[in-house]
Every structure is written in C-alpha cells, then in structure tokens.
Design a binder for this molecule. Structure first.
Ligand code: FES
Length: 191
C-alpha cells in the first residue's frame, strides 16, 4: 500500500477547520504591546506615590501648617516675647517629629496678636529685642527693625516677616512659613 506523506494541514481531519487566519507576526506584536502596557501600569503604581512623597511639603498654601506656640494669657500686654516653634521636619525620605524649626516674636495688643519670624531677612541670623525693648536688632550685621517689623537700618532688604496666627482653645497657633533671605520680595521657601 502506498502511504502519501503530506503537510500538517493536509494531515488534518477533513472536518477540522483552521479558523486562525491572523498572521503570526501580528499576534507576536499584539503580545508585545500587552506586556509593555502591563509594565507601564506596574511602574506607575510604584512611581506616583514615591514622587508625591518627595514633593509634598510639610505645610503649603493648600495645606497650612498650624503649630502651637504658647497660651495667650502667658503673654504680657505689649511686650514682644520670643517663642520657639517646634514641629515635624520632613526631608526627601523621612519625617522627624518635634524638632525646633525656628522662633517667632509674639506681641499681644489687646485682642490682637502680632507675630514676626525671628529669622533675619538678610542672611538668617536670629533677630533679638534690644535691651530697652524699643526695637528689634540683628547681631550679625546690625540690621535694625521697628517694633512693627519695618526695616529701619542695616543691610536687611526688607522688614521682618509677618506670620499669620490664630487662637484655638486659648492657645496661640502660627501658620509657620519660611521666606527667601536677601530678597526684597517676600518669597516663600517650600523645601
Ligand atoms: S543676618 Fe541679620 S543683618 Fe545680616
């Protein structure tokens, strides 16, 4: 008996129909695209939260940073009082709770509060109150400021930086912000 050796398609049973008419290269391309899309989704799920962590400041225009300073009734009327600002500090990867972030000069005038950052706008030294209590002065380059914070003399390019306060349950809280040193304009520093 003579047995004819044919191609695989010729060997298929007569009632089997090969319905896959897609060329092999097209199927391979579709598979590659599917794998690439899956990789992109996975990568985004890792990268987006990390980038949010790196760029989220501890306090911003959208998320004010209110920090508790002192009891309102601890301030003497009209006498500037320097108070430390403490809170969490965030860098790129860690948050350190309860560190000293700076200090603020607070003055109570009746029901009103005045708050200035104690960081000199010139180069960042700590501004003091002069002995007579009549003005503020920076010991580094002798910039002098009035009790209302305006620049009177010295190299500071602007007056002391005003900070916003509020009173909550008898506690003074400050919206703590930092501003660029050496600049006439008050530009917030967010990092
Ligand atoms: S840092 Fe205050 S005057 Fe220079």
């Amino acid at each position: 008996m003579l047995l004819a050796m044919g191609s695989p398609k010729e060997d298929a049973a007569p009632n089997e129909v090969d319905t896959d008419t897609t060329p092999a290269p097209t199927r391979r391309r579709a598979l590659e695209l599917l794998v690439a899309a899956g990789s992109a989704v996975y990568t985004c799920s890792l990268v987006v939260p990390a980038s949010q962590f790196l760029t989220t400041p501890e306090g911003s225009a959208e998320q004010p940073r209110w920090l508790r300073l002192a009891k309102l009734d601890s301030l003497s009327e009209g006498v500037p009082t320097r108070v430390q600002v403490r809170g969490a500090q965030r860098d790129a990867f860690t948050v350190t709770p309860e560190v000293t972030l700076g200090s603020v000069w607070l003055t109570r005038k009746g029901s009103e509060l005045q708050a200035f950052s104690a960081e000199c706008p010139h180069l960042g030294c700590a501004v003091d109150l002069v002995a007579a209590g009549t003005s503020f002065s920076c010991p580094c380059h002798t910039s002098r400021f009035g009790l209302d914070g305006h620049a009177e003399s010295g190299p500071s390019p602007r007056g002391m930086d005003t900070l916003v306060t509020r009173v909550t349950d008898g506690w003074i809280e400050v919206e703590f912000r930092r501003y660029r040193q050496g600049s006439v304009e008050r530009v917030e520093v967010t990092t």
